[in-house]
Design a protein around this ligand. Structure first.
Ligand SMILES: O=P(O)(O)OC[C@H]1O[C@](O)(CO)[C@@H](O)[C@@H]1O
Length: 546
C-alpha cells in the first residue's frame, strides 16, 4: 500500500474502532478484564506508565502502533538520533540526545563527531560550577558567591528553573534565582533581596539577541557597575549562548562563556550549558545523574519495540485522545510539589513544538495537532480547577504523576495523603457517581426525598473520564532526567504521526516583530497611518492613564 493510503487506512481503522466501542466505559473494560492494569501498564525499571484508565484496549493499541508504523515513527526517530537534518525549516539536525550521550559512541553531524565538543563544554561547566561552589571562583571584592541569578527566557529559563526547584533536596550550592520577564518587576523584586558583592549573573540566551534577556542583562550590568564599578562585570557575569561573539561584545570574558550548538533547540537545552544553574545548585556529579537518567530513556526509546516503548505509548495515548476522541487539552498533574514548574516547562516543550497547522512540506494538516497543555501540582489543583475536570462539559485527559517515596521521611503521613489523593482523583474520574448513588447518599445524610431529588443532579459525576498515571520511586536527578526525556520523545512521536516539524517555532516571531515596531509608539511617537483602531485606541488610553 502506498504510504498515504496506508496512513489513511490506519486512521480510518481507529475511527471505526472508536465507533464500534462507543458503548464501552472504563468501568466495563475493567469488569471485562480485571487484569487490565497488568496489561496496560508499562515499565522502564522503576518508572511505570499506567494507561489502564484510558479507553485504549488491545485492539486500539494494535491500531495505534499500526498508525505509528505507517507514519514511520521508527525511521524518523533513527533519523533524529543519527544527526540527519530533520528540522527542515531551519536546516538543522536535532541532537539534544547527544548532550546526554553517556555511551562513549560518536554522534555525527555532517560527518563530524560532536561528542568531543560536548564533553569539553561539560568539563568546562563542571570546572566553573565547582569553582563557584567551592569559592575558588570568587566575586570581585573577594568572599564567595551566595546567589546566582539566571537571566534568560523560554528554553533558557524554564528548564533550569524547573529542574532547580525539582531537585531542591540536592541543592547544596549557592541560592539560585531566575529572571525572565521583561517586566522590570521581575528583575527589581529579585535583586532587592540580594547583595551585588556576592551575586553572580548567568546570561543565558541561545541567540543572545532576545530582547527580554538583553534588557534584563543590561539592567543587571548597571546594577553591578553602580555598586562595584566597571571592573566587576568580568567577575560577576557568565554567559551561555551559541553566539559567543555577542557574549564577548557584552563584556563577558571568553573563559566564562559556555557554548552550545544550533542543533540544540531552546526548549530541549536544559542538558546543555543552559543547565549551568542546575549544576551550580546540585553539583556536577548529580548533574551527571540527571544526564544519565535522560540517556537511559533515550536508549529505551531507541531500542524498545513500539508496543512497550514508554515515549511511544505516551505519544500514542496523546494522539488517541487528541485525534480519535477529539479532546482539545491535556492536564499535567504532578503530585509532587517540587514539580511546580513542570506543567509550565511542558507547555513550552509541547505547545511550542507541536502547535503547528502545516505539515513538514507546508500543506495544511488534516487533523488536530498539539493540544492545549496546562496543569498544576496536586493537591493544589484539586481546590482550584478539578471541578471542571470532574463535572465540566469538556473531557480533559489527565496525566497524573507521583513518587512512591517522599523525601521528608519525618513527614511520611503527608506523603501517604498525597498519594491517596492522587489515586482518588483518577478513581473518581473513572468511576464517577450516578444519580442514584448521589440520591441515596443524600438520603443517608438525612435529607428528605424532595431535597435528595433536587440536589442529586448537582452531585452527579459523569465518570468515564480518561487519565494516565506515571509512577516513580522517588524524584531524584536520575528520575527527573528520565521524566523530561520521556516527554521530549512523546512530543517527537506525536509530531511524527502528525507529520509536522516539532523543532521550529515561527509562531513566536510575528508578535516579536510587532512589539519592536510598537515600542516607539508606546514611548510617544505617532502611530503609523495603517495602525488598527483598537491598538491606536489602547495606546491613547494608556497615555492618558500614565
Ligand atoms: O535562548 P534565546 O535565544 O534567548 O531564546 C529564548 C526563547 O525564545 C524562543 O525562541 C521563542 O519564544 C524560544 O524558542 C526560546 O527558548
Amino acid at each position: 500500500m502506498a504510504e498515504a493510503a496506508r496512513i489513511k487506512a490506519a486512521w480510518d481503522a481507529l475511527a471505526t474502532h472508536r465507533q464500534a466501542t462507543a458503548g464501552e466505559t472504563l468501568k466495563s473494560l475493567f469488569a471485562a478484564d480485571p487484569a487490565r492494569f497488568e496489561t496496560f501498564s508499562f515499565r522502564l525499571d522503576d518508572l511505570l506508565l499506567d494507561l489502564s484508565k484510558t479507553a485504549i484496549d488491545a485492539r486500539t493499541l494494535e491500531l495505534l502502533t499500526d498508525l505509528a508504523r505507517a507514519c514511520e515513527v521508527e525511521a524518523r526517530r533513527d533519523a533524529m538520533l543519527s544527526g540527519e537534518t530533520i528540522n527542515v525549516t531551519e536546516g538543522r539536525a536535532v541532537l539534544h540526545t547527544a548532550l546526554r550521550n553517556r555511551s562513549g559512541a560518536p554522534v555525527l553531524v555532517d560527518g563530524r563527531d560532536v561528542m568531543p565538543e560536548v564533553r569539553a563544554v561539560l568539563e568546562a561547566l563542571a570546572a566553573f560550577a565547582g569553582g563557584v561552589r567551592d569559592g575558588s571562583i570568587a566575586p570581585a571584592r573577594g568572599g564567595r558567591f551566595t546567589d546566582v541569578v539566571n537571566i534568560g527566557i523560554g528554553g533558557s529559563d524554564l528548564g533550569p528553573a524547573m529542574a532547580t526547584l525539582a531537585l531542591a533536596p540536592w541543592h547544596d550550592g549557592p541560592r539560585c534565582h531566575f529572571v525572565s520577564n521583561v517586566d522590570g518587576a521581575h528583575f527589581a523584586d529579585t535583586v532587592k533581596r540580594l547583595d551585588p558583592a556576592t551575586t553572580l549573573f548567568i546570561v543565558a540566551s541561545k541567540t543572545f539577541t532576545t530582547v527580554e534577556t538583553m534588557t534584563n542583562a543590561a539592567s543587571a550590568r548597571r546594577w553591578i557597575v553602580e555598586a562595584l564599578g566597571d571592573g566587576a562585570v568580568a567577575h560577576h557575569f557568565a554567559a551561555v549562548s551559541t553566539a559567543l561573539d555577542k557574549v564577548a561584545a557584552f563584556g563577558i570574558p571568553v573563559e566564562r562563556a559556555f557554548g552550545f550548538w544550533d542543533w540544540v533547540g531552546g526548549r530541549y537545552s536544559v542538558w546543555s550549558a543552559v543547565g549551568l544553574p542546575v549544576m551550580i545548585a546540585i553539583g556536577p556529579e548529580q548533574f551527571g545523574r540527571f544526564l544519565d537518567g535522560a540517556h537511559a530513556m533515550d536508549r529505551h526509546f531507541a531500542e524498545t519495540p513500539l508496543e512497550s516503548n514508554l515515549p511511544v505509548l505516551l505519544g500514542l495515548a496523546g494522539v488517541w485522545h487528541r485525534d480519535v476522541c477529539g479532546y482539545a487539552s491535556r492536564a499535567i498533574l504532578p503530585y509532587e510539589q517540587r514539580l511546580l514548574r513542570f506543567p509550565a516547562y511542558l507547555q513550552q516543550l509541547d505547545m511550542e513544538s507541536n502547535g503547528k497547522s502545516v505539515t513538514l512540506t507546508g500543506e495544511p494538516v488534516e487533523r488536530p495537532t498539539g493540544p492545549i497543555v496546562w496543569g498544576e501540582p496536586g493537591t493544589n489543583g484539586q481546590h482550584a480547577f478539578y471541578q471542571l475536570i470532574h463535572q465540566g462539559t469538556d473531557v480533559v485527559p489527565c496525566e497524573f504523576m507521583v513518587g512512591a517515596r517522599g523525601h521528608e521521611s519525618e513527614l511520611a503521613h503527608h506523603h501517604a495523603l498525597l498519594v491517596a489523593n492522587c489515586l482518588a482523583q483518577s478513581q473518581a474520574l473513572m468511576n464517577g457517581r450516578s444519580y442514584d448513588e448521589a440520591r441515596n447518599q443524600l438520603l443517608a445524610m438525612g435529607r428528605s426525598e424532595a431535597q435528595a431529588q433536587s440536589l442529586a443532579p448537582h452531585r452527579v459525576f459523569p465518570g468515564d473520564r480518561p487519565s494516565l498515571t506515571i509512577l516513580y520511586r522517588t524524584l531524584d536527578p536520575f528520575t527527573l532526567g528520565r521524566l523530561i526525556a520521556l516527554y521530549e520523545h512523546r512530543v517527537f512521536v506525536e509530531a511524527a504521526i502528525w507529520n509536522i516539524n516539532a523543532f521550529d517555532q515561527w509562531g513566536v516571531e510575528l508578535g516579536k516583530e510587532l512589539a519592536s515596531a510598537l515600542l516607539p509608539v508606546v514611548e510617544g511617537a505617532a502611530p503609523p497611518a495603517d495602525a488598527d483602531g483598537s491598538t491606536v485606541g489602547l495606546v491613547r488610553a494608556l497615555r492618558a492613564m500614565a
